[in-house]
Ligand binder design. Structure first.
Ligand SMILES: CC(C)(COP(=O)(O)OP(=O)(O)OC[C@H]1O[C@@H](n2cnc3c(N)ncnc32)[C@H](O)[C@@H]1OP(=O)(O)O)[C@@H](O)C(=O)NCCC(=O)NCCS
Length: 209
């Protein structure tokens, strides 16, 4: 069996390079949920900051940081004992987001999109990401909607998002053969649809939460 596996490994590698299928889940949560009529604007928890200045310990260069800010993104960081251990980027409405392969959408009015998040490996599994997500939501106005797209195989992130109150809106997938997208779809309420029109639809009606 081991020998067969070893013999088939190069074939599997070629197959993966030739055909690439990726899938994700698009999730959302209304800020303040059913308390939309009341203002829910809250101060950030003391351990979470909206960071405006680049630092040398960031995983991206200063120019990449400035570009993200210029394009309408904000960086939130969670601190424990004055050490930054978890971060997440938030795109404002109007920012164009690349989701997967060539699938993209523009963040709708009254919404924001959470992306590029991570917790330092030594601090993972202690609820820090959930805490950061809650703080990000609390810093936004009641009636807005938080959006996020997560890789189907990212079980830790999916668990944290669910526990922080995010609900799946639809699942999406995209298939590339030799680098060219051949099909991308969305599964919503058991129905299969073309993916890009569904992402475009986010701008014409965002009935979530
Ligand atoms: C995804 C990530 C940000 C989560 O950070 P975190 O601070 O560890 O998250 P939390 O502790 O708040 O929640 C993670 C949850 O997933 C669970 N979990 C961890 N690994 C898991 C796995 N392999 N399968 C299922 N659940 C898992 C944890 O137990 C925890 O759930 P719990 O609160 O019920 O115990 C972190 O794993 C990470 O930095 N991953 C690499 C970057 C990444 O994938 N970013 C994508 C963000 S969309």
């Amino acid at each position: 069996m081991q020998i067969l596996k070893r013999l088939l490994r190069p074939l599997a590698q070629v197959w993966r390079r030739t055909i690439e299928m990726k899938a994700g889940i698009f999730m959302a949560q209304a800020v303040c949920g059913d308390r939309k009529e009341k203002s829910c604007m809250a101060e950030l928890a003391p351990t979470v900051s909206n960071v405006r200045e680049w630092r040398a310990d960031f995983p991206i260069s200063q120019s990449a940081f400035k570009k993200r800010i210029f394009e309408g993104n904000e960086l939130f960081e969670l601190f424990v004992d004055q050490q930054a251990i978890c971060y997440g980027w938030v795109a404002r409405h109007g920012v164009r987001i690349g989701v997967l392969h060539d699938l993209q959408f523009k963040v709708p009015d009254k919404a924001f999109y959470i992306w590029d998040c991570a917790t330092s490996p030594a601090f993972q599994g202690h609820g820090h990401f959930q805490q950061l997500l809650k703080a990000i939501l609390a810093s936004h106005e009641s009636g807005t909607t938080a959006l996020v797209a997560v890789d189907s195989k990212n079980y830790a992130s999916r668990a944290a998002l669910r526990k922080a109150g995010f609900q799946p809106v639809f699942s999406y997938f995209s298939i590339r053969i030799f680098g060219a997208v051949v099909w991308s779809g969305v599964v919503e309420e058991g129905k299969l649809k073309k993916a890009q029109p569904r992402f475009d639809q986010l701008n014409t009606g965002l009935e979530i939460g």
